[in-house]
Design a protein around this ligand. Structure first.
Ligand SMILES: [Zn+2]
Length: 78
């Protein structure tokens, strides 16, 4: 990793609405890492997913934001 991210930066991230990796703007930052991003295409905001697709990594914890967003969004896999 190189530079820290800042609010307003454009990053690649996985959008659950678009169901692919899209340009996102960073809307909040935690410890130099994007915490939440907003899709530049559909303008939905969500937790930063490190540009990973729908699959959760083994052992990764789902946080409350994801739980809420999953209930709101048409994800289909839950
Ligand atoms: Zn999107």
């Amino acid at each position: 990793m190189d530079a820290e991210h800042r609010v307003g930066d454009i990053v690649d991230d996985y959008c659950t609405r678009c169901k692919s990796v899209m340009n996102h703007s960073v809307v909040s930052v935690l410890d130099g890492e994007p915490a939440r991003t907003e899709c530049r295409t559909c303008y939905s905001s969500h937790k930063y997913r490190h540009a990973r697709g729908g699959k959760e990594q083994p052992g990764s914890k789902r946080d409350l934001f994801d739980e809420i967003l999953d209930k709101m969004g048409p994800l289909g896999h839950r």
